[in-house]
Ligand binder design. Structure first.
Ligand SMILES: [Zn+2]
Ligand SMILES: [Zn+2]
Length: 417
């Protein structure tokens, strides 16, 4: 019996790893420019953290979390998203007592036990950025400018920023009532999930992908028509700053978020090439969550971007890497002579390959070709006796004889930047 990876979890390898590394490198560069510092939280947290933050009445907490008891009987959960952990850390280390804003990013795996389907993994990876301690609209705009710059740097062309305002605890109840009233006349069109959602989380009905629910929601009341004066001002200012920065966006009154704690600004980056699961990034303001977790609600906003999805649609290609030198040593004496030189070159940062077995020159050249090495160093008994080695450039086949005493210096020149 052979052991396979867990369903919905996959090995990331080869060119896919190169793409992920490029995404991460670009993200780190963009995050740095906006003053974000990296935070690495544990992937395991107490179940209570997610139950309290994400909300009991959500699909995530009800059926999708990887929750188990450890050997001491504590209930632990593999994080289904990063925000709750970032806020937990922010409060635990009393960062909220220092003047804000505090800007963090984190990169890593998240876990949800979803029904396996195309494009849905149970271990998936996210770039996550959060700003804590600033309730003002400028932060919202800055965060979306940052996301836009990130997506541009990754060369996603067919991508659109969609925004909405969800209101706040002052104005949301009015909207909620209007929405429930609207759907109560149309319950026969709703799916079973949404009939239940209508009681606990009616905004989620707007988010449902089932055809009946989408049709029923077509003329539903829009959140932005129910905003209180403060929420309306906030939303106006966010849009004004985006326009000032020449960031294109589309307003979508149906855009809601699946989690209970979101207020005011909410946004998604939609990639046209992805089909139904078309959001590459999503985020929004979640001021009440900080209070829910025991802090002061002084402003919180963030977004998460899916690394798997970015990798699917980005135009940017990672550079391919190849060895600078392949060493074809023939015979024990040549191998012993060259072995310390190879170590020295590697310590100077060159990628050097050398076969571990005594193979014919032909076989070694084949291997060098396969690896696409820039150059091959040929050293056999006759070269050793003559005190010279041969360096062959693979691009044009030209050969050069180099004195052994000069070899280290000559080969170092092969190093690429
Ligand atoms: Zn409001
Ligand atoms: Zn539905």
């Amino acid at each position: 019996m052979s052991i396979k990876a867990i369903r919905g979890m996959k090995d990331v390898m080869g060119t896919e790893v190169a793409r992920w590394r490029l995404i991460e490198a670009v993200a780190r560069k963009v995050f740095r420019a906006f003053g974000f510092s990296e935070l690495r939280t544990p992937i395991l947290e107490k179940t209570e953290l997610f139950a309290r933050s994400i909300g009991q009445a959500t699909d995530i907490v009800e059926k999708e979390m990887y929750t188990f008891r450890d050997r001491s009987g504590d209930s632990l959960t593999l994080r289904p998203e990063a925000t709750a952990s970032v806020v937990r850390s922010y409060l635990e280390h009393k960062i909220h007592r220092r003047p804000g804003p505090h800007k963090f990013f984190t990169i890593g795996p998240m876990f949800r036990h979803e029904r396996p389907q195309k494009g849905r993994l149970r271990q998936f990876h996210q770039l996550d950025a959060e700003v804590l301690g600033d309730p003002g609209p400028q932060v919202d705009a800055e965060l979306m400018v940052m996301l836009t710059q990130l997506l541009q740097a990754l060369e996603l062309d067919n991508v659109e920023l969609v925004i909405n305002s969800l209101g706040c605890p002052v104005c949301r109840p009015d909207y909620r009532r209007a929405l429930v009233g609207f759907f109560q006349d149309r319950t026969d069109q709703l799916c079973d999930d949404c009939r239940r959602r209508l009681e606990v989380n009616p905004l989620r009905v707007l988010d449902c992908k089932s055809e009946g629910c989408r049709a029923a929601a077509a003329d539903a009341p829009a959140t932005i028509d129910y905003l209180c004066a403060d929420c309306a001002d906030h939303y106006q200012e966010v849009k004004r700053l985006l326009e000032l920065s020449s960031v294109a966006f589309r307003e979508d009154p149906r855009l809601v978020r699946g989690l209970d704690y979101y207020v005011r600004t909410t946004f998604e980056a939609i990639a046209g090439d992805l089909g139904a699961q078309n959001a590459v990034a999503g985020g929004g303001r979640y001021d009440p969550l900080v209070a829910e977790l025991g802090g002061e609600a002084n402003g919180a906003i963030g977004f998460a971007a899916g690394i798997e999805r970015l990798s699917l649609v980005m135009g940017a290609e990672p550079p391919t890497d190849r060895p600078e030198l392949f060493v074809a040593a023939l015979g024990d004496q040549a191998r012993d002579w060259v072995f310390p030189l190879v170590a020295e070159l590697r310590s100077a940062g060159l990628w050097v390959e050398m076969t571990s077995q005594d193979k014919s020159l032909k076989a070694q050249m084949r291997r060098a070709n396969k690896l696409a090495a820039d150059a091959v160093l040929i050293l056999g008994r006759s070269e050793l006796d003559a005190g010279r080695a041969i360096i062959k450039q693979m691009a044009d086949g030209s050969q050069q004889e180099i004195e052994l005493s000069q070899l280290g210096r000559a080969v170092r020149l092969l190093k690429r930047d």
